[in-house]
Design a protein around this ligand. Structure first.
Ligand code: MRU
Length: 365
């Protein structure tokens, strides 16, 4: 998508094997691009959230494998790379998905070809992400059109949480893809953006990308959504997912569950946009089985922003030494989900429907 009118993706390759990212820690105040050179760069960039968002974490991990093979293509290095990458962040299943694809492929080929094969596969995973998200956009557009037709209006107001935008993927985003596609098709669309404490991905990232891509939007505090729903100001909730269980429970950024409850209470459709790589087919109960990342308490007690001299600063908002808890994700039970918008179509959030998706997606591997 666009930044100041120029096309960017969140991660890209130059000169065949040099991997670059947008360093998301500094957005929206500073736009910094950096090259990831060593395996450690890849590990730190995922762990410390220079890149973040489930699909982008998976793509970055795939390139981490490719870089690692450039320096050491032994079996030992393959095993170590796998476990180091898997230890970076626990919740987004796309990380496991990409690491498994890379490891299973590379362990079965001779050492000398590993570097080249790894790079080809990582590029394939990157391209697949862009194509999947584009399809999600088209499939989500059909839902948006239906909602507009049913309401007999010419405008749709969508609430989104966190950043499930192009910055969370390679391009297009998951939840934002139907928004960008609908805008292209001439739909009059407005987005309410939850700020999304503690790290404010909504305030810092989603607003930034919507601004640069000319989508009408307003930032709201996390607690405003329920009120707006009660007053008919929201027609649809559209979020992404970090891991979806095989019965349709959706794990996403903390606070998503409360939005789903409000949407249910107000009879507002609650859709989740996700590539099939975000489904964990081994898990049947999202609340019981999905590991929820607990992040550093400092993210709760401090907020990052820009001061009057344009310096990026962290400001403490609670009495010094206040104890905090910081679960980063929550699980929305399938019963609150109106549908799952994937690259292969829209599926009901239940085991039977997702088994059909499983068969389709396995057929396309
Ligand atoms: O902690 P983050 O910023 O990696 O969390 C990201 C989210 O929760 C997104 O909503 C999710 O990955 C959906 S992605 C396109």
């Amino acid at each position: 998508m666009k930044v100041n009118g120029k096309k960017y993706t969140s991660i890209w390759v130059e000169e065949g094997n040099r991997v670059f990212i947008i360093d998301q820690r500094w957005l929206p105040h500073q736009f910094k691009l950096i090259e990831l050179i060593t395996l450690n760069d890849f590990l730190v960039s995922i762990r410390d959230m220079w890149v973040r968002g489930a699909p982008l974490i998976g793509v970055t991990a795939a390139f981490g494998f490719a870089k690692s093979m450039q320096y050491d293509n032994s079996d030992k290095s393959l095993h170590e790379t796998k476990s180091l990458l898997l230890s970076t962040r626990p919740t987004a299943v796309n990380l496991h998905w990409a690491v498994k694809i890379m490891f299973d492929l590379l362990i079965n080929v001779d050492r000398d070809s590993r570097q080249d094969i790894a790079l080809i596969k990582a590029k394939e995973i990157l391209t697949r992400d862009i194509l999947s998200n584009k399809e999600i956009g088209k499939n989500g557009y059909e839902i948006i059109k239906n909602i507009i037709d049913k309401k007999n209006t010419d405008k749709i107001n969508i609430l989104t949480h966190c950043n499930a935008g192009w910055l969370a993927t390679v391009d297009w985003g998951t939840a934002t893809s139907p928004i960008y596609y609908s805008k292209e098709k001439g739909v009059n669309i407005h987005v309410f953006v939850d700020e999304t404490r503690p790290r404010n991905q909504g305030a810092q990232l989603t607003t930034w990308e919507l601004l640069h891509n000319d989508i009408s939007h307003e930032l709201i505090v996390d607690n405003a959504g329920g009120h707006l729903m009660q007053h008919n100001e929201i027609d649809m909730v559209l979020v992404g997912s970090d891991r979806t269980s095989s019965n349709g429970d959706v794990c996403n950024k903390i606070g998503t569950y409360l939005k789903a409850l409000s949407a249910f209470d107000n009879d507002i459709p609650f859709y989740v946009a996700l590539p099939s790589s975000t489904i964990d087919w081994n898990i049947k109960n999202g609340i019981k089985d999905i590991p929820i990342e607990e992040r550093d308490a400092s993210e709760v007690n401090f907020v990052q922003g820009k001061d009057k001299s344009n310096n990026i600063v962290n400001v403490e908002i609670a009495p010094q030494g206040t104890r905090s808890r910081n679960p980063a994700f929550d699980v929305t039970p399938a019963r609150l989900v109106s549908g799952l918008i994937t690259e292969y179509g829209v599926f009901d959030a239940n085991y039977k429907s997702l088994q059909i998706l499983k068969i389709i997606s396995e057929g396309k591997q």
